[in-house]
Write a protein of this length. Structure first.
Length: 445
């Protein structure tokens, strides 16, 4: 298969598009060497970029790019082609926070950190600037083996010092084949006792190039989700597992935080939200964002067959206290319906394994028909199963298999998150190459 790569965009263009989505890359520098990190084991043709610490002057020059997004300003989360390091290694990190608060006094600022470089002074500044943290702790008992942490006691004391001062979530990459489940449970308890309001447990993803790929097949997702549910009962805070294993777009509430506007409004875990602001909602994402973005939203929910109506007494953009999984953006969905003309054409939807049942359920809810197929990762291999990591070569391989079986679509849908803003995949290959090789028009969604 001959796939033609297109030249990468300039770094300035990539930073522009990242910031327009509310993502502020600061540096690729990291002070840890986590065994689960994929950066050193990407295939040669995988297009990712490393940046030195960006200067305060450069960030100030581009600060208005962040106006392109209404959501949180996110720092340190690896969701673009730019390798994200540890933000707290940046020598001007406190000044960057000050600059952000000057320009965006009401936006949520969310920083992902391993916690090792927290200090009493920095914690004070985080509190003053009302910054939220995602603390990627991962383990309490195997820190040197798992993360290369040479001062584990210091890191743990730093995280403990956050309690009551800075709002934070905790995250754990589950590595039971190294740490055992007891350490995962101990880490979750430590995070709860240190003040974390919620915990995310993430399944490890290893490509065939990663030294730990042999453990990928043995990781039991059902066991891991069950462990998360038991921890939630034990710790009495939200414990969410990713991937969540959801199979529908039904707007189910996973958890309601104590002393929150949603709790005071009478909402409970397990409620199914049916209306927000007298508007019927289709998905978890739609319900959550409508509630988040409005003041005193009126909500109707289905509680075991009985309708319950209430008003959540909160300000606009203030957290409601509802905890829900992310599933499907209704605006993107309805745009796809129009562009694909799914009501009148045979549409093939190529997507990831976790997304397949959710898309099929959304089609059923909307009374639509399309063929939905999960695409395995040929490029990365291992247990990689995320839409954002699929490539044109993966889509072509699955398409050839499907059409070889006799199915002939009129149009093909590929996941938008597999491509950068210029329509290029992780190898720098445009989705237009898929159109040329398949002879079918493509809609990204």
């Amino acid at each position: 298969m001959l796939l033609e790569r297109t030249p990468p965009p300039s770094m300035e263009a990539m930073l522009y598009h990242a910031q327009m989505q509310g993502i502020l890359p600061l540096t690729s520098r990291c002070n840890m060497q986590c065994v689960f990190c994929s950066n050193a084991y990407n295939p040669e043709t995988c297009e990712v970029f490393t940046i030195p610490p960006r200067s305060l002057a450069e960030i100030e020059d581009t600060i208005l790019w962040l106006t392109g997004s209404r959501g949180p300003i996110v720092i340190g989360e690896s969701v673009t082609r730019i390798n994200e390091g540890e933000p707290l290694t940046h020598p001007e990190f406190p000044d960057i926070l000050k600059l952000l608060r000057k320009h965006y006094p009401d936006r949520i600022i969310r920083v992902t950190t391993n916690g090792s470089l927290l200090t009493p002074e920095l914690i004070k500044r985080l509190s003053e600037f009302d910054v939220e943290l995602m603390v990627s702790l991962n383990t309490v008992g195997y820190r040197e083996q798992v993360m290369g942490d040479k001062q584990p006691e210091t890191t743990l004391r730093n995280v403990e010092a956050l309690g009551g001062k800075v709002r934070f979530e905790g995250s754990i990459i589950a590595l039971p084949f190294i740490t055992g489940w007891e350490d995962i449970r101990d880490t979750a308890r430590f995070l709860r006792d240190s003040g974390a309001w919620s915990i995310r447990i993430l399944a490890p993803g290893f490509s065939r190039y990663h030294p730990l790929s042999e453990y990928a097949a043995s990781f039991d997702l059902d066991e891991a989700r069950g462990a998360g549910q038991e921890l939630q009962k034990d710790l009495k805070i939200p414990v969410l597992f990713e991937p969540p294993g959801i199979t529908s777009v039904t707007p189910v509430v996973e958890y309601v935080l104590p002393r929150s506007p949603a709790r005071r409004a009478g909402l409970r875990s397990g409620d199914v939200i049916t209306q927000v602001l007298k508007r019927y909602v289709m998905s978890r994402t739609e319900a959550f964002e409508l509630i988040r973005d409005h003041e005193k939203p009126r909500v109707v929910c289905d509680r075991q067959g009985v309708l319950y109506e209430t008003v959540i007494n909160k300000h606009r953009f203030q957290p409601s206290g509802l905890v829900m999984y992310d599933d499907l953006d209704p605006d993107a969905w309805f745009k796809w319906e129009l562009e694909s003309r799914v009501k009148r054409r045979r549409v093939l939807v190529l997507t990831s394994g976790p997304a397949k049942p959710v898309i099929e359920d959304a089609l059923e809810v909307r009374g639509l028909n399309a063929k939905v197929e999960a695409v395995p990762s040929v490029f990365f291999g291992g247990n990689i199963d995320a839409a954002g990591l699929l490539t044109v070569r993966d889509f072509i391989a699955k398409y050839s298999e499907i059409t070889g079986g006799g199915y002939e679509p009129e149009i093909v849908t590929l996941p938008k998150r597999a491509f950068d803003p210029w329509g290029r995949d992780l190898e720098g290959v445009s989705y237009r190459s898929f159109e040329q090789m398949s002879g079918k028009p493509v809609v990204l969604a």
